[in-house]
Design a protein around this ligand. Structure first.
Ligand code: 1GP
Length: 254
């Protein structure tokens, strides 16, 4: 299998204002029968991407999970790695995340140095991603494990400066995350501010649990909405969420 061109697709979709939905599968949280149901719904709903990963994964069979996902659906699978243990050539692509909102050197560059020789030998498309953790109203697993301070919810300017720095450093995607199960998602105000300053694909996740919240984020400038927890509780929500996101029409307000 040759390398995929998911990044180019993301750029094209951004250019055409087509909003995308990614379903996040946390390896620890999905039982095999639930996985099948989730993926059948995802296929029916024409979900755009499956992200796989978590900031704390206790499940050892990462590769097997990705092979299972591939067996149930043909949606592109992108690794959203919480650590070096979450690598697999069975996926299509990987976000090479640098936690630029934090000041933990391991997650800015340390883990990347260790992963680089392994990634170099894999056929994965690698997408350099500036990852910004935003306060979601309560401590999340990612804020604890990453040992980093999230950007305050009501400080869009910090997110803007951080995203700008990431773009200037050559990162290709910006991911604003309130953390899995966040009590409040990244605010439309923050999304809009970041979107007005950078021209890169903008991924938004954490605490988005209704189609209305997803649409608000898209209208503020999100290109890809990531949903995990809400679908773990209710896979039937996938179709409504996808329809809502795919119907968003925006006139880019830069
Ligand atoms: C977390 O952005 C993702 O990294 C998804 O969050 O589980 O709250 O949907 P949820």
């Amino acid at each position: 299998m040759g390398r995929t061109d998911i990044y180019q697709q993301l750029l094209n979709s951004k250019h055409n204002s087509q909003k995308k939905l990614a379903v996040l599968i946390d390896p620890d949280k999905v039982a095999p029968n639930h996985l099948q149901k989730l993926l059948i719904q995802a296929q029916i709903a024409k979900v755009d991407y499956i992200f796989v990963g978590g900031s704390l994964v206790m499940q050892a069979k990462f590769n097997e999970l990705i092979l299972n996902i591939k067996a149930y659906c043909n949606i592109p699978v992108i690794i959203f790695p919480g650590s070096l243990f979450q690598l697999s050539e069975a996926a299509d692509a990987i976000f090479l995340l640098s936690l630029i909102s934090g000041r933990n050197p391991e997650l800015l560059i340390g883990q990347h140095v260790l992963a680089a020789p392994i990634l170099h030998q894999m056929e994965l498309e690698i997408m350099s991603t500036g990852y910004l953790l935003v306060d979601g109203g309560a401590p999340t697993t990612v804020s604890y494990i990453s040992n980093s301070t999230p950007i305050p919810h009501d400080k869009p300017q910090i997110a803007v400066c951080t995203a700008l720095a990431g773009a200037m450093l050559g990162m290709k995607i910006i991911y604003l995350d309130a953390g899995s199960g966040a009590k409040r998602p990244v605010s439309p105000k923050m999304i809009q501010a970041v979107n007005q300053h950078i021209d890169l694909p903008l991924i938004i996740g954490g605490g988005i649990n209704t189609p209305e919240l997803a649409v608000q984020s898209c209208q503020a400038g999100a290109d890809v909405i990531v949903v995990g927890t809400a679908f773990e509780h209710n896979p039937d929500l996938i179709v409504d969420m996808a329809n809502a996101i795919h119907s968003v029409q925006t006139n880019s307000i830069k």
